[in-house]
Design a protein around this ligand. Structure first.
Ligand SMILES: Nc1ncnc2c1ncn2[C@@H]1O[C@H](COP(=O)(O)OP(=O)(O)OP(=O)(O)O)[C@@H](O)[C@H]1O
Ligand SMILES: [Mg+2]
Length: 189
């Protein structure tokens, strides 16, 4: 969290970040939603929060949402679904990066609801998205499932709405290589 650039115009609220840095939101099983245009620093902030949670002794898992939803679908086929779901529920904090990159179909919505419902008031979720929360509902195929998913996710969520130009443009090319971070993407066996 110490490396966070609080440059003006990016809407990274120091007070909110300081309060999130205490990890009380993880203790209370609250969620964090980070939105904003590409390159503005959503994944960076999500990983900073996850890293802080690790430092405080919480267990963390990072997934790109669409890869996780594909994994969960495959897991139905070979009988790993419940095991995988149980594994995901065990972590204090789950990071779901890149929500809404493509439309979420009803099959994926069912799995997402199971995942979010299992974690509801038992664990925290950080979601990042380029899309504002107001259009997440229409980015899902089944409106009833979308209601159930979003109600559980947004209830008790802190919202960081980042604004401004891509941070990638500020960095020399060699610094745009993938970051090394202590929170690595989990891959299913
Ligand atoms: N607050 C920050 N302080 C310092 N560096 C940052 C900060 N936010 C982002 N960066 C750097 O800017 C680059 C882009 O950030 P990041 O990948 O988090 O953007 P993003 O919003 O997740 O983009 P996308 O929507 O394309 O996934 C990265 O190299 C990251 O290290
Ligand atoms: Mg990102």
């Amino acid at each position: 969290m110490a490396d966070l650039d609080h440059r003006r115009g990016r809407n990274l609220d120091r007070l909110l970040m300081a309060s999130l840095a205490t990890c009380d939101w993880v203790r209370k099983h609250h969620n964090v939603i980070i939105t904003g245009p590409t390159g503005v620093g959503k994944s960076f902030v999500a990983c900073a929060l996850a890293h802080k949670a690790c430092m405080e002794g919480f267990t963390v898992r990072y997934h790109r949402l669409h890869r996780l939803l594909e994994d969960l679908q495959l897991a139905h086929g070979d009988g790993r679904f419940l095991k995988l779901l149980k594994q995901l529920t065990r972590f204090h904090l789950l990071v779901l990066d890149d929500w809404g990159l493509s439309r979420i179909n009803a099959l994926h919505q069912r799995d997402l609801l199971e995942l979010i419902d299992d974690r509801y008031q038992k664990g925290s979720i950080v979601v990042t998205s380029q899309m504002p929360v107001s259009v997440w509902h229409e980015g899902m195929e089944d409106p009833t499932l979308a209601d159930a998913i979003l109600d559980r996710l947004i209830h008790n969520a802190h919202h960081i709405a980042l604004k401004g130009e891509s941070m990638r443009q500020r960095l020399p090319k060699w610094q745009n290589l993938p970051e090394k971070t202590s929170v690595t993407e989990a891959r299913q066996p």
